[in-house]
Design a protein. Sequence first.
Length: 199
Amino acid sequence: MALQYQNVLSSKGNRIDDLLVLKPDIFGDTRGFFFESWNQKDWINILTSNNQKKVAFVQDNHSKSCKGVLRGLHFQNEPFPQGKLVRCISGEIFDVAVDLRINSKTFCEWSGIYLTDKNKNQFWIPEGFAHGFLTISDYAEVLYKTTNYWSKECEESIIWNDPDINIEWPLDKIQHDIKLSEKDNNAKTISEFIKKNIV
């Protein structure tokens, strides 16, 4: 058994370096199913094959959200930047990563994929990206591993509907207004992020 993976394209059709979708081998029959959701050896091989540095996961997070909840776009600054390995174990979400790496050829471009309890895919979002998701199903539970600990002082957000990023959220699938936290509703724009980080 081995984790398969594929590279990810941005909304503009460009390959975004280091973003990966992991696809497990699933074995199912009338009793149910079985699959390896995590394998350290496979993970190291995937990173090595993509010229990425090895990472260690230090924290697992678990969220439950009702339909229309949008969480994000979150990221953490130095010295606690986080890479995230995200999967949906119940329901369906539209998961988004935005490239915030200043020197990247895909800076400010985004990619979005559907993660569901049926496809069992995982989205690898390394350090240097903002992350967010929209809950499509009545409820969704999301698990994600992180490469660094949560830090209130280092946490920031980019506003979900920034026209300069222009994420195509599937709002037609929720049929009512989105639900945001106060923090996410008051998040900064990408232009504010650029002004702060590029001198």
